[in-house]
Design a protein around this ligand. Structure first.
Ligand SMILES: [Zn+2]
Ligand SMILES: [Zn+2]
Length: 292
């Protein structure tokens, strides 16, 4: 059995906290970009990406602003003509072609990558249908939690679609983002904790692309360790830790701050959710399992 560990060689810490999905008055956000940056910095974030609808915010735009110590990632939310896609680490503007596979391909020709946004938004809980997620190739992950969808129709979480993709062998990471439009209400709801010592936009993009991060709405994961066919997760503020395999099946579930499991012989992937107080959670990335 071989377990692909996305946390291999991750630094002990501190990991970097960031939100990749943020709007400003340049599109439909309520606050101007400089105020948004100042607010996230005041909340103790390490990095932030501004992702206005079909408007690229790049390094030249950030250079005109006070970063307040934040590492600022170029970004854009590809919006018109289809399901919303986040362009993280954008090095150019990619037009919102109706053919989203063309969008993904154009993004992948550059330095950035695509995250599929809020798949379970809207009245039918189906902003991005599973069939589309299944058909598209080359995106890096999906928002398994989008904070702002909590006050809109549909569901903020999309672990259902994630588990279905993972069970089909798709290697896609789970992201958690605010999708901030409103000050206060939409801020600090969901973020990504990235294991890197490279405090540059390129360093963060690289670690995210490799899956060396976990998603959180307020729970901390201190240890994610693989030894042979065992995986151990420690989360000091968890009240429960659950281990999943295909297809979203729980194979271990403990009311504790740590969990160590033997990866089941028939597992194709394994992932963990840590549940904390007040409905807060943290999600590890999947470990892909192959057997000879
Ligand atoms: Zn959107
Ligand atoms: Zn958005």
């Amino acid at each position: 059995m071989t377990i692909a560990n996305p946390y291999l060689n991750a630094p002990a810490g501190p990991w970097l906290r960031g939100n990749l999905h943020t709007h400003t008055t340049a599109s439909d956000g309520r606050q101007p970009i400089q105020k948004v940056i100042a607010d996230y910095a005041a909340r103790g974030y390490d990095f932030l990406a501004i992702s206005d609808h079909d408007i690229l915010t790049d390094a030249a735009d950030y250079a005109k602003l006070d970063a307040h110590g934040l590492i600022l990632l170029p970004g854009n939310e590809i919006t018109r003509h289809g399901s919303h896609l986040l362009h993280v680490g954008a090095d150019k503007f990619v037009a919102p072609h109706a053919d989203r596979q063309q969008v993904i391909n154009e993004v992948n020709a550059g330095t950035g990558f695509i995250v599929v946004n809020h798949p379970n938004w809207e009245h039918d809980f189906n902003h991005c249908p599973f069939e589309q997620l299944d058909a598209w190739q080359g995106y890096v992950g999906l928002e398994i939690f989008n904070g702002t969808i909590g006050r809109l129709d549909g569901a903020p979480d999309a672990c259902d679609k994630w588990d279905r993709l993972l069970a089909r062998g798709r290697r896609v990471w789970g992201f958690a983002n605010d999708d901030c439009h409103l000050p206060v209400e939409d801020m600090g709801l969901a973020w990504n904790m990235v294991g890197t010592t490279d405090r540059t936009p390129a360093g963060i993009v690289d670690a995210l692309r490799r899956g060396c991060f976990y998603a959180s709405t307020g729970v901390t994961i201190e240890t994610i360790a693989v030894e042979g066919s065992r995986i151990r997760v420690e989360s000091p503020d968890a009240g429960r830790i659950i281990a999943y395999q295909q297809v979203g099946r729980e194979f271990a579930n403990v009311e504790a701050t740590s969990l160590e499991v033997e990866v089941p012989a028939n597992a194709r992937y394994v992932r963990f959710t840590c549940l904390g107080r007040g409905g807060r959670s943290a999600w590890t990335q999947p470990f892909f399992v192959t057997t000879e």
